[in-house]
Write a protein that binds this ligand. Structure first.
Ligand code: FUB
Length: 458
């Protein structure tokens, strides 16, 4: 291993917490859609759809889960639920939401039903936020209507749970305590001009586009005693609008546009809103990942503050996203699929080792933001790697992908893409304080070089 002398002598001192922001979109290893945030314990989880590469429609097969505790470094938990988990369904793994009740996690999803040939809503249940999840009923919760998509779920202070959904109608049921059944009929919210903004049909001007028209993707919640219904509106292309109410089923009062229709490359938008550690976040999707677009969408996040009367400010898409709310602790085992930004790599599941980083080619990299090495700095860097070819190198660089080199780990051929070997090398520069760390991958041009399961600084 060769490290230039000029780097060996460097002592990098930087104790200040930098003003790091999440990079939008927050997932770069695959397309992600329709974000549904959920806080559990110390972490914020998002449940997403997954647009296929090169898709020409929403041919979506699975849902994915990601989590963070600092708002900038996100861990990929893979796909704990897919169409295959619902025997009665055959297509369209569209916008999900997951909620916890009494230690169980209920994952509501729209799917195309084999039973009726239309859309349906199913529910899966698991013991942890990341699953595994199992179809709770073996049949849909509601079925047989092309409008049955985009479920949103909320449990009120009195314990009553509500499930809303629909495009272009807004339906709801009051769920029973078991979260997987309801009594009575499906309700439908009347979309009055006062409630959802658009004029009465007879007053609508032909050819005019009404921004406020409820379209799809409802997100239902309560805050400071007020109920919020946030939704994609205006037809295609969509903005995000909202209505508020004093009661869980209305009457609703239209309050305006939160995120105007913007040139993000995606004609749909879909929001999820949550408070986490005292701050408010607005999740949405764009077509902004390279190769993305209307059927290649990616989840993004913006921080915001409610106005004093509980209404929303206007929120615009940015590349910066949300600021870090804490530094990243690098000591101990860190899953390689935890990252603030990456280029080129993807993630793969494995039943023994869990998820790992794959598709590593020469020049690809992973960035971790706001890493706090504390006063001493690490002495060793190690990683669990596998390669069926001859491997390559992991260059560990600081504060930029061309930044100062602090370690180089030679990855050998290990005899298989999942034949893991843990290798450790000295860190050749002092790096106390807070830094962004870049793992830059080098090797033969062309082929996939190696996989990485986890890494450690010691
Ligand atoms: O992701 C498929 C569909 O696109 C969702 O169900 C809608 O909300 C829109 O985002």
């Amino acid at each position: 291993m060769y490290i230039p002398k000029k780097y060996i002598a460097l002592a990098f001192l930087s104790f200040a917490v930098s003003s790091v922001s999440a990079d939008n979109p927050i997932v770069q290893t695959c397309f992600t859609t329709d974000p549904a945030p959920m806080v559990h314990g110390d972490r914020l989880y998002i449940y997403t759809g997954h647009d296929e590469n090169k898709a020409d429609f929403f041919w979506m097969q699975e849902w994915r889960v990601y989590s963070t505790d600092d708002m900038v470094n996100w861990t990929d938990h893979g796909s704990p639920l897919a169409i295959e988990d619902f025997e009665w369904a055959d297509d369209r793994a569209w916008a999900p939401q997951c909620i916890e009740r009494d230690g169980k996690f209920y994952f509501y999803v729209p799917l195309h039903s084999k039973l009726t040939g239309a859309m349906a809503i199913g529910v899966a249940v698991g013991d942890t936020p990341t699953g595994p999840f199992k179809d709770a009923l073996g049949k849909p919760l509601v079925d047989g209507n092309w409008a049955y998509i985009d479920p949103t779920v909320f449990i009120d202070d009195d314990g009553q749970a509500y499930l809303y959904w629909g495009n272009p109608n807004l339906y709801y049921v009051k769920l029973n305590k078991d979260m997987v059944s309801f009594d009575g009929e499906v309700g439908m919210i009347e979309q009055t001009p006062e409630g959802f903004g658009k004029p009465k049909f007879v007053e609508m001007e032909p050819e005019k586009k009404y921004n406020s028209t409820y379209t799809e993707g409802p997100w239902f919640y309560k805050r400071d005693g007020k109920y919020y219904m946030v939704y994609a509106a205006g037809g295609i292309p969509e903005n995000i609008s909202y209505s508020m109410s004093d009661g869980p089923t209305g009457p609703w009062k239209y309050k305006g546009v939160i995120m105007p229709q913007c040139d993000t490359g995606s004609f749909t938008n879909h929001s999820g809103i949550i408070d986490f550690k005292g701050k408010s976040y607005f999740f949405y999707h764009t077509g902004n990942l390279p190769g993305g677009g209307g059927f290649g969408r990616s989840v993004a996040v913006e921080p915001f503050e409610y106005n004093s009367d509980g209404t929303f400010p206007t929120i615009m898409p940015t590349k910066e996203g949300a600021p870090a709310i804490k530094t990243f602790e690098p000591y101990g085992r860190i899953e390689a699929e935890t990252m603030a930004w990456s280029e080129g790599v993807t993630t793969e599941p494995n039943s023994n080792t869990g998820l790992y980083v794959s598709d590593v080619h020469d020049g690809d990299f992973i960035k971790l933001a706001n890493v706090n090495f504390k006063s001493g700095g690490p002495k060793l860097f190690g990683a669990s790697v596998a390669s069926a070819l001859r491997g390559g190198k992991i260059e560990v660089r600081m504060d930029g992908k061309d930044g100062p080199l602090v370690a180089v780990l030679d990855v050998p051929g290990t005899g298989g893409w999942e034949k893991w070997k843990y290798i450790e090398v000295p860190v050749c520069a002092e790096i106390p304080g807070v830094h962004d760390i870049y793992f830059v991958f080098k090797g033969r041009k062309g082929p996939k070089l190696f996989n990485i399961d986890f890494w450690k600084f010691k």
